[in-house]
Design a protein around this ligand. Structure first.
Ligand code: XLS
Ligand code: NI
Ligand code: NI
Length: 438
């Protein structure tokens, strides 16, 4: 087999003081943090669509990415060669999981049967490479947004035959994910939203989307796929308003349509930012509902307001993310998928390594910082103390539903004006900062 990344060796862990560039300074896969190895806590995945298929174009300029293994054609042979290049990358970068859309790995054919045949041929190659290397599929998904037929959406299209096409694609993508032993399957509502309410029946579209997801759950049971289903919230881009706008909206939708037992959320940092929330907020909303499943680990460009999918190099943010992950007891089926692309200026194959190393070292450092914050315990102790009045008899009665509004009025009449205390936010920020290190 040919070598696709010549001159690049498997990235070693070399420690913080290393002078080499292509090394991990913080990610030591075997190091045990909070009862598990870093490898198992972080469960890093690479996104096929970015690593292998993103040409690094922007609205004003052509793609710049150099990919010597890719002949630029839509041939099945080229698609299979890309798989080999991808697995060599995973091996050298020591990433053990990956994620893909059906159309990233295999080109669409002429009609459903032809497309499925092509996908099968690439799936064989993926399976072969998984078996050769031991790499695993974190999640699969169907691309229901690039083809022009999805211009009005897929499961929310105004056209019933488009809905059927989307169903065909999800059916097959789910089966392929199952064949590859995937741990999960993601539904990101690519164009499930609207551009204008002047031409949209919102209620009808949402009903159709819910029915679509119920059909997917039925199909999952039919084929015996036991992976986790995820919804990935995003508020806008490409549509003006995406229905799955944030964690709270997704949870509400899942509850309203009786889907809550079948889905968790796959939360992406850049999407949280677009929704006007912090990532930690989105994670905590999901975790509180026992629905935090997986993470698309990227980051936006500050002040830009687009889904720029940068590699995550923000240590503060990574620490916040890992605090939430540790708080839920770690990942089960999920992981940290780098749904991230290099900047257009970072177009060499070597930059794929630099980009992933950045993300992996950042999250390794975030994991260590989060664990230190938890071990130190002073922030958690502060929060507990802040709510201590709720541990009283009165608090217990309210929390257990054992008191009426008028009884509370009576109580208020006897205690006088309550003394309030400081929230100490700045002190807590300073404590948090003590645990950060480059
Ligand atoms: C796009 C989404 C997409 C999903 C997978 O913004 O992040 O990449 O993760 O369909
Ligand atoms: Ni994503
Ligand atoms: Ni995204």
């Amino acid at each position: 087999m040919s070598e696709f990344f010549p001159g690049i060796e498997t990235i070693p862990f070399a420690g913080a003081s290393a002078s080499d560039e292509l090394v991990f300074r913080r990610y030591d896969p075997e190091k045990v943090i909070a009862g598990k190895t870093m490898h198992d806590q972080l469960r890093f995945a690479s996104a096929y669509w970015h690593t292998m298929r993103n040409p690094l174009a922007d609205p004003f300029g052509a793609g710049t990415a150099i990919a010597p293994w890719d002949d630029g054609s839509d041939s099945v042979e080229n698609a299979r060669v890309r798989v080999e290049a991808f697995f060599e990358f995973l091996e050298k970068c020591r990433i053990d999981w990956y994620c893909f859309h059906d159309r990233d790995v295999a080109p669409e054919g002429v009609g459903i049967a032809d497309s499925e045949r092509i996908l099968d041929s690439v799936t064989d190659k993926l399976l072969e490479e998984q078996q050769r290397t031991g790499k695993q599929l974190l999640w699969g998904t169907a691309c229901l947004f690039i083809h022009p037929r999805y211009v009005h959406g897929a499961a929310t299209s105004c056209l019933v035959d488009v809905y059927a096409h989307a169903a065909a694609q999800v059916c097959k993508a789910m089966e392929v994910t199952h064949t590859l032993g995937g741990s999960g399957y993601v539904f990101w509502g690519g164009r499930e939203g609207y551009g204008s309410l002047l031409n949209t029946d919102m209620k009808r579209e949402l009903d159709h989307l819910a029915r679509f997801l119920h059909l997917a759950v039925e199909h999952k049971h039919r084929i015996g796929f036991e992976g986790q289903f995820y919804i990935e919230p995003k508020p806008k881009e490409p549509t003006t308003h995406q229905y799955d706008s944030d964690s709270a909206a997704c949870l509400n939708f899942l509850r309203e349509y009786d889907l809550i037992d079948h889905f968790k959320l796959n939360i992406e940092t850049n999407h949280a930012e677009l929704a006007g929330h912090t990532m930690r907020h989105e994670l905590q909303v999901a975790r509180s509902a026992d629905a935090l499943g997986s993470i698309d680990a990227n980051i936006g460009t500050p002040n830009l307001g687009w889904d720029t999918d940068c590699f995550p190099g923000n240590l503060y943010l990574a620490t916040e993310v890992m605090l939430e992950v540790l708080e839920m007891g770690g990942f089960t089926n999920g992981g940290l998928n780098f749904d991230a692309k290099r900047r257009r200026e970072s177009f060499e194959p070597l930059d794929l390594f630099h980009a992933h190393i950045l993300g992996m070292d950042t999250f390794a450092a975030g994991l260590e910082a989060a664990e230190s914050i938890r071990t130190d315990g002073s922030i958690a102790a502060f929060i507990e103390e802040r709510y201590a009045s709720w541990d009283s008899e009165l608090g217990r009665r309210i929390e257990s539903g054992d008191i009426s509004l008028s009884e509370l009025r009576e109580h208020a009449g006897t205690v006088g004006e309550p003394a309030v205390v400081s929230g100490r936010q700045e002190r807590l920020e300073a404590i948090f900062n003590r645990f950060l290190s480059g």
